[in-house]
Design a protein around this ligand. Structure first.
Ligand code: DHB
Ligand code: FE
Length: 290
């Protein structure tokens, strides 16, 4: 049986990818940020997941305002890093897991969540920056990332975005789907994006350290209450792009305690400002093994 063993949460700023790709990770500005992921890289190398179910948002790269799926599940065998205007990032292509993705599609759609299925797409910084933060910079010539990835794109770019509550319920359905897959697989679920940031208008540059950390506390300790935070609170407190945080609730909803199991162990927590215009948050929660 496939098992969700852990969830990982991280922000996804494009300038982090550029810093890595241009050899600037050791600069005074970036070093404190990357240090926050040192533990995570070791932890991930020990955990050796077979598959990462990676919840992220596309930034009008693969999709556009012509077509806006709320929840889009990647069912392809491979995904190319996208060209977002400066050429594709020099990172390996992303290998998918079509069999597990097809099973999740069957289970989650029959569980009443109307997913869009994506058989072909490129993946932008929303997906590749979390991979780089957690795995370190990889040589694209060496092949692939160390595990298969099922991309799951959530619309948080064009209103209306899904509610935190809906995302949390979807996470529970994804857990049921993964744990009914008849093959021994170590699966992690990652929730990415956020934390507070606003890229536009008079409040551009907004950061809310206090609210971000209180939200993290609640995500860990009382995810049901956290899932009930309304959209307007994210926008008011965490800025217009702070709404990306609802994606973390998909990963949190897939943890064992939400289905009546034991509380997860907090393996790592990190918060850092500045990184471009965004407050970077990062968390690792591990399910207890039975
Ligand atoms: C920045 C953050 C994002 O989440 C994004 O998608 C683009 C830019 C930033 O902080 O610069
Ligand atoms: Fe973003």
């Amino acid at each position: 049986m496939a098992r969700i063993t852990a969830s990982v949460y991280t922000s996804h700023v494009p300038a982090i990818g550029a810093a890595l790709d241009q050899g600037k990770a050791g600069d005074d500005y970036w070093q404190p940020l990357f240090r926050g992921y040192d533990y995570s890289k070791h932890w991930l190398a020990e955990q050796k997941p077979d598959v990462v179910f990676l919840v992220y948002n596309d930034h009008a790269t693969a999709f556009s305002l012509d077509l806006i799926p709320t929840f889009a599940l990647g069912t392809a065998a491979r995904y190319a890093p996208a060209d977002e205007g400066y050429g594709a990032r020099p990172v390996p292509e992303v290998l998918g897991h079509p069999e597990l993705a097809a099973h999740i599609a069957q289970s989650v759609i029959q569980d009443d969540f109307d997913l869009t299925l994506v058989n072909k797409m490129d993946v932008d910084h929303g997906l590749t920056v979390p991979l780089s933060l957690m795995c370190g910079q990889q040589d694209p010539k060496q092949g692939a990332w160390p595990f298969k990835v099922i991309p799951f794109a959530v619309n948080v770019v064009q209103y209306p975005a899904p509610s935190g509550r809906r995302c949390f319920q979807l996470g529970q359905a994804i857990r049921r789907a993964v744990e009914s897959f008849d093959e021994d697989l170590n699966v992690q679920i990652w929730g990415t994006g956020g934390m507070s940031h606003q890229l536009q208008g008079p409040r551009a540059g907004l950061i809310n350290r206090e609210w971000d950390n209180a939200w993290l506390d609640q995500l860990i300790a009382d995810p049901v209450a956290c899932s009930q935070v309304p959209h307007i609170d994210y926008v008011r407190e965490a800025g217009s792009e702070g709404i990306e945080l609802v994606m973390w609730l998909i990963a949190r909803g897939a943890m064992a305690d939400v289905a009546g199991g034991p509380k997860p162990v907090v393996k790592h927590r990190f918060y850092h400002v500045p990184a471009s215009n965004t407050a970077v948050g990062h968390l690792i929660l591990e399910n207890l093994r039975d």
